[in-house]
Design a protein around this ligand. Sequence first.
Ligand code: ZN
Length: 70
Amino acid sequence: MLGTVSFTKTTRGNDFIDHLEKGKVIYTHCKTCHADFFPPRADCRGCLPSDREWREVLGAGKLVSYSQLQ
Ligand SMILES: [Zn+2]
């Protein structure tokens, strides 16, 4: 599994992990103030309670580092 340890605190539910396992990286977008959050957040820090949506990160990226738990 990918990234489960570092992202569990910032997600509510398993949407982020579910998408990672399908090969997709997603973030949250606040429909009210148009802020983007990565790692995804359950709530917008600017305008609680927020009306958020999940969006997929598009394009190429560069992996900076990773770790593997055994
Ligand atoms: Zn907001």
